[in-house]
Design a protein around this ligand. Structure first.
Ligand code: 5AD
Ligand code: SF4
Length: 436
């Protein structure tokens, strides 16, 4: 039996895709290697969202040459967004790569590996308008047996000016709701206690009469002990209806990831985000109205085309107003093929992008710490996930708000719900004690 090894870079969607890839290839008779050094095929599932993500993958691909010299039969393939973006060009540039496979072509991997084994190269990069891998039961990789991803839709057609995703992942399409509920129920029966529904823009989920709020209602109905999370929401279509459904189910987690990207209306317009700062703040107010204990997190980009100090200050001001619990913060990276690449200058110098980014990071660090200090004395129901990284004597888990709590182990077991009282904190972690 030949063995495959999958390495995954990038977003949660890629991790979910790797589990589909593992399912397709184990069904075709391949085994899963525990280590890259024992594999016959190494598949690298990649991200193309920023240049540094691609550079990391190229570095890794080149590093694998040494392993290939020791194991002459070892073949390396690049999958996912970078494969889609670069296609065969990638094999010309990185000559130890034998195959490239885009995100909608994973069903072809078994034939591709046969072809590669015969000494040929293979490239499958066609995008689909219908593929959702709905019938494939993912093989859960590196999971903790407690928390799992469920991909509910694929693709994106929002065409934000900076973003390569519509080109690497194709048109939006939603997976049949029955298959999603079935997957959630099966996971619960296997002992999982948390599912995260994934899509590039989950709010535009639509299959027949089922929109995203209806789907959430169905999945939350699987069992009150199954926590349900979702990512990512586009602010332009975060509806009151969804917030109502969330409020009606305690097991839908009180955490909404709502990428803002910029606090300046001029930037938002140039980015083609289709909302204003006022609209965004209205959505934040609606979240706080329906779900007073909901945490809000975001994504932001520093140094997009023509961003002035005034625009940047508006972003800082928005951060002060919303007081996010967490933020993913990025420097703008120009991506080939996007609207910005065709029409807008990448005119903020690298050092200035870094300076602005660091200013946002510092501010967000203070806010997160202040938010956490307000948690002292609060008690939460925590889904225990496992041992803390620091000490075997401590466990960690998350509350509904997705905050990590660390506490002395006591008699708690991973996979169960326990009450924990917060006694201390850092900007990233709450530290507490079990409440007996
Ligand atoms: N440069 C920097 N950040 C980007 N993102 C998407 N495209 C780019 C880019 N070209 C960020 C956005 C998005 C997150 C997934 O990645 O903030 O929400
Ligand atoms: Fe990219 Fe915008 Fe689609 Fe998100 S919504 S994947 S930022 S194009």
């Amino acid at each position: 039996m030949e063995h495959i090894y999958i390495e995954t870079y990038g977003c949660q969607m890629n991790f979910a895709d790797s589990e589909v890839i593992a399912a397709i290839l184990t069904k075709a008779g391949y085994g899963m290697a525990n280590d890259a050094a024992e594999a016959d095929f190494i598949l690298i599932n990649t991200c193309a969202i920023r240049d540094n993500a691609e550079q990391r993958v190229r570095h890794r691909v080149r590093e694998l040459r040494a392993l290939q010299n020791r194991r002459p039969g070892l073949r390396v393939g690049v999958l996912g967004c970078m494969a889609e973006r670069l296609q065969s060009r990638l094999m010309a540039e990185e000559d130890n790569v034998s195959f490239v496979c885009g995100p909608d072509a994973y069903r072809r991997l078994p034939e591709m590996l046969v072809q590669v084994r015969r000494g040929q190269t293979a490239a499958e990069v066609e995008l689909s308008t219908t593929e959702t891998y709905a019938d494939i039961e993912p093989v859960r990789l590196a999971g903790n047996g407690i928390s799992a991803y469920i991909s509910i839709m694929r693709g994106c057609q929002n065409y934000c000016a900076y973003c390569v995703v519509p080109y690497t992942r194709g048109r939006e399409r939603s997976r049949n709701p029955e298959t999603i509920v079935h997957e959630a129920r099966t996971l619960f029966e296997q002992g999982y206690r948390e599912v995260t529904l994934l899509g590039q823009n989950v709010n535009s989920y639509s299959c027949g009469d089922t929109g995203f709020p209806e789907l959430m209602d169905m999945v939350a109905g699987v069992d009150p002990k199954l926590r349900v999370r979702f990512a990512t929401s586009h602010p332009k279509d975060l509806s009151d209806r969804l917030l109502e459904v969330m409020a009606a189910h305690e097991n839908i987690c009180r955490c909404i990831h709502l990428p803002v990207q910029s606090g300046s209306n001029r930037m938002l317009k140039l980015m083609n985000r289709k909302y204003t700062v006022e609209w965004y703040l209205d959505r934040v107010a609606a979240i706080r109205r329906y779900l007073p204990d909901c945490s809000i997190t975001t994504d932001v980009i520093a140094g997009f085309s023509t961003e002035t100090l005034e625009d940047h200050e508006a972003t800082l001001e928005l951060f002060r107003q919303v007081r996010y619990d967490y933020a993913y913060m990025f420097k703008y990276s120009l991506r080939e093929g996007t609207y910005a690449w065709k029409h807008l200058a990448d005119d903020i110098p690298e050092e200035e992008k870094t300076r602005r980014l660091n200013e946002i990071i510092a501010l967000q660090g203070e806010i997160a710490l202040q938010n956490n200090r307000k948690e002292l004395g609060n008690e939460y129901e925590v889904l225990v996930e496992g041992e803390s990284h620091r000490s075997k004597e401590q466990l960690f888990g998350r509350n509904s708000q997705n905050k990590v709590l660390v506490f002395d182990r006591g008699d708690a077991e991973p996979g169960t719900y326990r009450r924990v009282r917060v006694e201390n904190c850092t900007a990233a972690t709450l530290i507490g004690q079990l409440v007996q």
